[in-house]
Design a protein around this ligand. Structure first.
Ligand code: DCP
Ligand code: MG
Length: 402
């Protein structure tokens, strides 16, 4: 059955790091500001309340521009440019140090704000996401004579939600797939909304330079240009068999598909966890020998809870690891990789015992943790291997401490 086209959004924050800095220094709005200085470049407030800023011309060193405001971009200063080279173009631009904690904070805020409107989100990094709008209520409704009225209204709602939560603007591209949306979000930056259907391909996408397509990097871009293909439309018009001759089966085929705006990749809402873990900090530091029984009990309990977590998430794992923190904040980890994935508390506990034997207990313990990594889906384990037979109890002298 023919599926109705999807509506996929790509959202990218405008001049992200620079815009977050402007929230802190709103007086710099409209100025040429460059992010990338050192901590010593932080603005200083003078006794009369005014601010003193570092200027680009004072900078010496090998640092690069992380990002810049649009006013600085108008002067020719862009991401990844050396700061000293940038200083030649915009000597009076204000230089600010990067504050990554702040950017991560605003990144979380804007993503949560989008999730309020449309929950199917693929995280693509600190300042960009894909959003599947296909099932958002009202997205397919016409508004008046505009058949795209519904999708535009959802886009405005997302932008408003981001603005209310952060005071920041973003640009959104909305098309039937991720490939086109990534291109579209750039077309009306900053603070833009660009909605494209497949009918817009010849007028909006084909005139663009080949490098505007995410997936055509510097190497392939150079080669295409050498072959006389400058625009996406040039690639679309090329014979697919010839593209495959030039670029190989897989990439040649992809170039043909991409230039025709075709992309079936889903919006992937979660990434697989690398490991699952549980840990606990004690109310008082515990002694490996005197508190042996209690430690053993705590470890049993951690393994039990971890096994529950794994069952709930339907995972098993081949690597079992422990984390111990001793007084003085000394942290020790040990792990063991098994032949088959495990998920039961007993199997995890047994591997933990092996790990514990490799630790020297000469200090009091403050924290214990257990981790199961190298994860596989439980259904794959059941299919691949029968449950491991219970092993013989280890010889007495070989027992771990707890
Ligand atoms: N960034 C970086 N180094 C680069 C490019 C970017 O550290 N070479 C950081 C700073 C940017 C952020 O990543 O603020 C997001 O990158 P973008 O490419 O989306 O750039 P901006 O958000 O700054 O600008 P635009 O409005 O063009 O999206
Ligand atoms: Mg951005």
């Amino acid at each position: 059955m023919l599926q109705p086209p999807r509506w996929i959004a790509h959202l990218d924050m405008d001049a992200f790091y620079a815009s977050v800095e402007l929230l802190r220094y709103p007086q710099l709005k409209g100025e040429a500001v460059v992010i990338g200085g050192r901590r010593a470049d932080a603005p200083q407030q003078l006794e009369d309340g005014s601010w003193r800023y570092a200027r680009l011309r004072q900078y010496t060193g090998r640092g690069v521009v992380t990002t810049s405001t649009y006013a600085a971009r108008d002067l020719g200063v862009f991401s990844a440019m050396g700061l000293m080279k940038a200083a030649l173009r915009a000597p009076d631009a204000i230089l600010l140090p990067a504050d990554f904690d702040s950017y991560r904070h605003y990144s979380r805020l804007f993503k949560a704000a989008v999730a309020e409107v449309a929950p199917v989100i693929e995280d693509r990094g600190i300042d960009e996401i894909y959003i599947d709008l296909t099932d958002v209520p009202g997205v397919r409704d016409a508004v008046g004579h505009d058949p795209l009225g519904g999708v535009k209204a959802v886009a405005r709602e997302i932008k408003n939600s981001v603005w209310r939560a952060t005071g920041l603007t973003c640009s959104i591209g909305i098309t039937p797939n991720k490939l086109l949306s990534k291109i579209a979000s750039e077309l009306d930056k900053p603070d833009g909304i660009t909605v494209l259907t497949m009918d817009d391909l010849p007028t909006r996408i084909w005139p663009l330079a080949v490098r505007k397509v995410n997936g055509i990097g510097p190497k392939a871009g150079d080669k295409l240009v050498k072959l006389g293909l400058h625009t996406v439309g040039d690639v679309a018009a090329a014979d697919p068999a010839w593209l495959i001759e030039q670029f190989g089966q897989s990439y040649g085929h992809w170039l043909h598909q991409a230039s025709h705006g075709l992309d079936t990749r889903p919006v992937v809402t979660h990434s697989e966890p690398v490991s699952v873990s549980r840990e606990t900090t004690f109310e008082r530091d515990l002694h490996a020998v005197h508190d042996r029984a209690l430690l053993g009990q705590i470890m049993d309990d951690l393994c039990e809870r971890l096994s529950h977590d794994l069952a709930r998430k339907r995972y098993a794992g081949k690597t079992v690891g422990i984390k111990l923190r001793f007084e003085g904040f000394i942290t020790v980890t040990r792990d063991q990789t098994l032949k088959t994935p495990v998920s039961s508390a007993a199997d995890i506990r047994r591997a933990v015992g092996q790990c514990l034997k490799r630790v020297k207990f000469d200090k009091r313990l403050r924290l214990m943790g257990v981790r199961v990594g190298n994860l596989v889906h439980a259904s794959d384990v059941a299919a691949a291997a029968p449950p491991a037979p219970r092993r013989e109890e280890p010889a007495r002298e070989n027992l771990p401490l707890f």
